[in-house]
Design a protein around this ligand. Structure first.
Ligand SMILES: Cc1cc2nc3c(=O)[nH]c(=O)nc-3n(C[C@H](O)[C@H](O)[C@H](O)COP(=O)(O)OP(=O)(O)OC[C@H]3O[C@@H](n4cnc5c(N)ncnc54)[C@H](O)[C@@H]3O)c2cc1C
Length: 378
């Protein structure tokens, strides 16, 4: 990173989602840099505020071992830094453990889950297999047709308060959060020297683009293609059916999940829709989600619906994030594409990028997440 002009911030970050705020937090808290975050709507007004708040490394996505380890490090950092973030921000985002069941409904599914469990245990994810009887011993929430399930203890949090906590902890370390829309990157030779915000120019020593799915538009500012696109996800917010206590565990099966939240909501998800930048929730999604979760947890048929929300995951062609320097530029960085796992990864992604930017060896090597991996792809 080049030194910034006098009085200009060392780093300006476009995007006040959880990724931009976490990167700002580490640049300021661990490297003493002056950082400005520019957000055009509100902090965490995108997916960062609407996420389910599950911090998981296992599951249905069949991630590679390297990416699973990245997620595991992300979860560890949530445990390590949770108390400091709460203290520095004054926001309790209800970080806590929740047992999670991934049921199988036939023997083929059970075999696939047991195989997944075998390699995930080998790399340190604690998980056990419950047979049908053991599953039924946990109560009547899970559909009786389940022939078994894997059980893990996962962490979860409330997504919007978490993003606020990161933003406020960043402010505690001197980060300035400004309202505005970034519309371009300022260039001097091969160096990024600031951003355009509306009609004004803001000089800075380095620039980070962390605008979630909207990072696709930043490609035009940088003269490159940023292969990120919006993948809409919707969540139905339920209350437990009258007279029924909240379930004591979460359930996940394929794209359907049920999550009892410490904040009082019972979340039912989700969808994966290509709908451009449209963030409107839809009745079709609500019906589809309810149909799927009632198959998992029949009692939900009587659960009152409190709300339906939709937001946009930043998605890449290979499902992995893009974190690192932009080739052909100095002092320009990109952090987007965290897709299904931006809340889980926020702290490890932000810390690793801050380390890379300041010339330290990142906690987690970011080579697999470079933008350059897409070079030459059609
Ligand atoms: C339904 C759903 C459930 C999810 N559940 C989980 C979960 O349980 N666990 C998990 O780990 N992940 C989950 N995710 C994924 C997670 O929410 C995302 O990966 C993460 O929030 C992405 O964060 P971000 O900061 O990159 O993007 P965003 O949250 O989209 O933030 C980008 C910000 O940039 C701002 N912006 C855009 N353009 C500009 C501009 N030109 N100038 C200034 N500001 C700009 C936007 O207003 C926005 O606030 C879920 C996602 C969805 C959709």
């Amino acid at each position: 990173m080049t030194t910034s002009p006098p009085k200009a911030p060392d780093v300006v970050i476009a995007g006040g989602g959880v990724i931009g705020c976490a990167t700002a937090y580490f640049l300021a808290a661990e490297h003493g840099l002056r950082v400005v975050v520019i957000e055009r709507d509100g902090i965490a007004s995108g997916a960062s505020g609407g996420a389910a708040g599950e911090l998981g490394a296992g599951g249905r996505h069949h991630f590679s071992e390297a990416y699973t380890r990245f997620l595991m490090r992300g979860i560890e950092l949530h445990r390590e830094l949770g108390p400091a973030l709460r203290e520095e921000s004054g926001v309790d985002y209800l970080l806590g453990e929740i047992p999670l069941l991934r049921p199988a409904f036939d023997e083929a599914e059970a075999d696939a889950l047991r195989e997944q469990m075998r390699w995930q245990r080998e790399i340190g994810i604690e998980m056990e297999w419950l047979d049908a009887e053991a599953v039924r011993g946990l109560g009547t929430w899970l559909a009786p047709e389940a022939v078994g399930a894997t059980a893990t203890a996962e962490l979860q949090l409330e997504a919007y308060p978490f993003a606020l906590a990161v933003a406020q902890a960043a402010e505690h370390h001197g980060v300035e959060i400004r309202s505005g829309e970034v519309t371009g990157v300022l260039r001097d030779g091969d160096r990024a020297v600031g951003v355009r915000v509306g009609g004004e120019e803001l000089a800075a020593g380095a620039v980070v683009i962390a605008t979630g799915p909207w990072a696709v538009h930043a490609g035009a500012w940088m003269g490159i293609e940023v292969p990120v696109s919006p993948l809409r996800g919707q969540i139905v917010h339920l209350a437990p059916p009258e007279g029924t206590p909240m379930p004591s565990y979460g359930i996940s099966h394929e794209t359907a999940y049920v999550r009892p939240k410490a904040g009082g909501d019972l979340l039912a998800g989700t969808t994966q829709e290509l709908a451009g930048f449209d963030r409107q929730p839809t009745a079709e999604a609500q019906d589809g989600i309810m149909e799927a979760v009632v198959r998992l947890a029949p009692a939900l048929i009587d659960a009152p619906i409190r709300d339906l929300t939709a937001c946009l995951r930043p998605s890449t062609p290979d499902g992995l994030p893009i974190i690192g320097a932009v080739d052909g530029w100095r002092d320009l960085y990109l952090s987007t594409g965290h897709q299904f796992k931006g809340v889980t990864l926020a702290l490890v992604s932000g810390r690793s990028l801050a380390q890379l930017m300041t010339g330290e060896t990142p906690d987690v090597a970011l080579d697999d997440y470079s933008l350059a991996r897409f070079a030459g792809a059609a």
